[in-house]
Ligand binder design. Structure first.
Ligand SMILES: [Fe+2]
Length: 476
């Protein structure tokens, strides 16, 4: 009984033990008894099927174009295809507009999916609340979303960052804390449902439960998707060998709008941010489609319009946890010099089930003759942040390498999520919020200075612009 209590009644035992190691940062040893890392049972209310024949379920939206004037609304009907029509408008219960989507389904081993609908709703006004209705008659359901403001270098916007979520009680805690954050869109770092931990028909069923589990937020604000290893689902023993099959059927991305040839890598612009999504599990070396696309996409970034350049990927390039150690090394060798050249502000990754933030470091001087193969402080480098701590059934990655490397600023093995609150072209507030005894506790916070606008020459230019506008105001 005592053992059971220890396992279930998570008496969080906080012991902060911070130690400095040379110039390196802090290793927080937050020790806790966590909820058991098991998925929530199928009959739990968090997975409840909405009432009514063929009622739409697993509703989720994502940005539908390059600049945030469209959304893609997706949902599943279980019994029959039904309608793929969306009714929408800017007043509640008044739906003057309609959009028609598509419907498809797929099989995975002997599992037959429900009818998956995707509907592009475009031509939307910026910074506007839209109400939408899907389904028909008694089974129809209504939701709403807010479009982002027009692309503008100084418009504020708040992103949430979640990775490796799964469907455990820890996942639920992360989700609930995120929903209290006031963030407007989620940058999701891959590994959604962990359905691939199951076998045979249960794989598909656990994609369905996950879709219903996250609907409480995904129906109301865009989640920007990136793919992780748990989306690959290469399962030859079940005859399933098409990579990313379930993920690609269920979760769409606006990849064509950024001239990408694959939904797994693409870019969007949202408010004052240019967000590039990369695929850790697709070819990325020189001359591959992803490499060629990224070379072009970096050229399309206009820091005068979108000052914030953010990259999402699943496998971190800088990771000092023993879990997945060095897995990002091959992509680092290929892309890191571009990240420095284009002054990327921040790279978010998941995969490692812990939290870690880097200082501004780079390791781009190595070649097979130079021998210079160590990370060095670099003011032009992005900050690398791993937020793979959504709370899935695989549990925490509690073992960090010792000593802590110089590039590592802060690391802690607990569950949580992050927020990035962009204030203007130069400053953003960043928080990592640990799930702590049912509360969200901001544990790692800092002010992110924009890499483009905060550099000295840009700062001078900004000051000149500011002075000119102030003088202009005084003389008019
Ligand atoms: Fe992963």
């Amino acid at each position: 009984m005592q053992l059971l209590l220890l396992q279930l009644v998570f008496p969080f035992f906080v012991l902060f033990c911070s130690f400095k190691n040379g110039n390196a940062g802090i290793t927080s040893t937050f020790i806790r008894s966590e909820w058991p890392s098991v998925d929530i049972p199928l009959d739990n209310e968090v997975f409840a099927v909405p009432k009514g024949h063929n009622a739409p379920q697993q509703v989720h939206i994502t940005q539908g174009d390059y600049d945030g004037k469209a959304v893609i609304i997706s949902w599943v009907t279980a019994d029959e295809p039904g309608s793929s029509k969306i009714q929408y408008g800017t007043s509640e219960k008044k739906y003057q507009l309609t959009a028609e989507g598509t419907v498809s389904n797929y099989t995975f081993y002997k599992y037959k999916s429900g009818y998956i609908h995707h509907c592009l709703v475009d031509g939307l006004e910026s910074d506007t609340k839209y109400y939408y209705k899907i389904g028909s008659d008694d089974s129809s359901r209504e939701f709403w979303f807010q479009t982002p403001p027009e692309i503008n270098p100084d418009v504020p916007y708040k992103f949430g960052i979640i990775g490796d979520l799964g469907q455990t009680y820890n996942s639920l805690s992360t989700l609930e804390h995120y929903m209290q954050s006031g963030a407007q869109a989620v940058l999701f770092l891959g590994d959604l449902s962990y359905a691939d931990r199951y076998q045979y028909t249960d794989v598909g069923l656990r994609w369905d439960t996950w879709g219903r589990f996250v609907e409480r937020t995904t129906a109301y604000q865009p989640w920007i998707w990136s793919a992780g290893n748990h989306e690959i689902e290469y399962m030859p023993y079940m005859g399933e060998v098409v990579p990313f099959k379930s993920f690609l059927q269920r979760y769409t991305t606006p990849y064509l709008a950024s001239k990408s040839s694959s939904p797994l890598w693409y870019a969007i612009r949202c408010a004052s941010a240019h967000i590039i999504v990369l695929s850790s599990y697709s070819p990325f070396v020189k001359y591959t489609p992803q490499w060629m696309w990224l070379a072009e996409e970096f050229k399309r970034v206009d820091r005068e319009k979108t000052p914030w350049l953010i990259i999402l990927m699943h496998v971190p390039l800088y990771n000092s946890n023993e879990a997945h150690y060095m897995e990002g090394e091959s992509m680092r060798v290929v892309f890191e010099s571009w990240f420095i050249h284009y002054k990327v502000d921040v790279v978010f990754a998941g995969h490692v089930h812990a939290y870690e933030r880097s200082y501004r470091f780079s390791n781009i001087h190595y070649n097979i003759t130079s021998g210079n193969r160590y990370p060095v402080p670099d003011k032009s480098s992005p900050v690398y942040i791993t937020v793979g701590d959504g709370g899935n059934q695989e549990g925490l990655a509690g073992r960090f390498t010792d000593p802590q490397p110089d590039y590592s600023a802060f690391r802690e093995a607990s569950y949580g999520h992050s927020t990035l609150e962009i204030k203007n072209r130069t400053h953003a507030f960043y928080h990592w919020n640990r799930n702590d005894d049912g509360k969200k506790v901001p544990t790692d916070s800092f002010i992110l200075h924009n890499q483009y606008w905060s550099s000295n020459s840009r700062r001078r230019k900004l000051k000149k612009h500011y002075l000119r506008s102030v003088v202009g105001e005084m003389t008019t």
